[in-house]
Ligand binder design. Structure first.
Ligand code: ASP
Length: 438
């Protein structure tokens, strides 16, 4: 017997049918003690998440536009779920209270957190489990900083004598009692902090995919699933992981050494991906864990024959980017050159100013800008200390007629990042997959 915390994402709790599935999952595994839930997500492609509807109500209210119709759509979703599940979870009363608060100017955090709150009420009632409000134990400072250690103690205390509970994700409260939410997708964080506090054996994160795949299935046909991957490797694959699991959800489970299991509510028999502290054994003959990439990067290359003898050159370059609120992805360098690679979305509308400042402060011989760069990370703890891995990667890209514009390998030898033209992105990923996996 162990303790599991199971977090169910928006699509897993989008309607009565989905809630029926999560009840079955929970009943079939007696180790699942604590269930963390999101607000109802999309039921079909064109549908709108309840959290987005709540934000919409607020923007209407704040622009003095009528919001009753949007609020009505939210009410209907919850009332309908209650009816379909054949329970009375007090939705009519709860919704009336929220509407009253909305009218009286309630805060954004309070209003958007109600998506999770109401869903938690319904699910607790339907599953016959206790409802625990995270406002009582997920703590933020009055300035809105998440209070990690205090929360850890408070959760442990709140759940000590509670054998099974449903806990809404996404929010907690400030010292003054007002509601504060995490950033979007934050129910993943709630699941992880609950898992840490109750010293869970596993944190199951239930979603609508059966874990991670070695490569993007829109690019590679039928890629292999990743059955196990270490936290470190997953971080290196951040371009891939972000959409499945909130980045900040990894830390609490990781410090407590709790594995995170990504599971599929619609295919509960699939084992999913296990994220663990140590890298796991890969299938026979496979040395990489995953390939992930993204288009839309810009590289700015600075040529300066004086750079080598100058102190503080990189610091000044980074300072200019910092002043422009631009984060850096990579800084590959040569003897007389240094390039900085940034995401197009963060440099949008700022490039000319940044180049002017580079000219003025760094006095380079020349500057070169390329805006159509794609980055591809090939990641795997199995690559470390193995000779010939880079040769295999570069040969595969050469044979696929892909020109490599940049190379960056961390000294951990766990990843090789290449920059290619955006046009070559898909071709490059397929070539790497073929060389290492299939
Ligand atoms: N409902 C929130 C959102 O849509 C939080 C979550 O689902 O994790 O961002």
């Amino acid at each position: 017997m162990g303790i599991k915390v199971a977090k169910f994402g928006g699509s897993s709790v989008a309607d009565a049918i989905q809630i029926g599935k999560i009840k079955e999952i929970t009943e079939n595994d007696k180790d699942i003690k604590y269930v963390v839930v999101s607000a109802p997500g999309k039921r079909f492609d064109e549908d709108t998440k309840v959290t987005d509807l709540l934000y919409l109500c607020l923007s209407h209210r704040d622009h003095k536009l009528p919001y009753e119709q949007v609020f009505q759509a939210i009410c209907e979703r919850y009332i309908h779920m209650e009816q379909e599940l054949g329970i009375d979870a007090g939705m009519a009363r709860e919704l009336a209270e929220i509407q009253k608060q909305l009218e009286q100017g309630a805060s954004t955090d309070y209003v958007v957190s109600r998506g999770e709150y109401l869903n938690g009420k319904i699910i607790a009632k339907y599953m016959g489990m206790e409802f625990k409000d995270p406002a009582d134990f997920v703590k933020f400072s009055d300035k809105g900083k998440f209070l990690e250690e205090e929360t850890n103690e408070e959760i442990a205390r709140a759940l000590k004598d509670c054998e099974k509970a449903v806990i809404p994700g996404f929010y907690g409260s400030r010292e003054d009692g007002s509601i504060k939410t995490f950033s979007r997708g934050g129910s993943d964080i709630t699941g992880s902090i609950v898992a840490r506090a109750v010293e869970a054996d596993v944190y199951e994160n239930w979603t609508d995919v059966s874990g991670f795949l070695v490569a993007d299935p829109r690019i590679v046909d039928n890629p292999r699933p990743i059955s196990s991957i270490s936290y470190k490797e997953l971080r290196e694959l951040a371009y891939m992981g972000a959409s499945v699991l909130h980045e900040e959800a990894i830390y609490p489970a990781r410090v407590a050494g709790i594995p995170i299991n990504i599971r599929n509510t619609n295919r509960p028999d699939d084992p999913g991906t296990m994220i663990t502290s140590e890298p796991a054994d890969l299938p026979e003959g496979q040395i990489i864990s995953g390939i992930a990439g993204s288009k839309d990067f810009t590289s700015i290359t600075i040529y300066s024959s004086h750079m080598i003898g100058q102190k503080g050159f990189i610091r000044r370059m980074a300072g200019i980017l910092e002043d422009n609120d631009v984060t850096i992805e990579h800084i590959p360098s040569g003897i007389d050159t240094v390039s900085v690679i940034v995401n197009n979305s963060v440099i949008d509308g700022k490039l000319d100013d940044i180049l002017d400042e580079f000219e003025r402060q760094l006095k380079p011989d020349s500057l070169d800008v390329q805006t159509d760069l794609a980055l591809i990370a090939t990641v795997g703890a199995g690559m470390a200390s193995r000779k010939g891995t880079s040769a295999r990667l570069f040969t595969a890209l050469a044979e696929a007629d892909v020109n490599i514009k940049m190379i960056d390998q961390g000294a951990s030898e766990m990843n090789i990042i290449v920059g290619v033209r955006s046009d070559d992105f898909e071709k490059a990923i397929r070539a790497i997959y073929k060389a290492f996996v299939s």
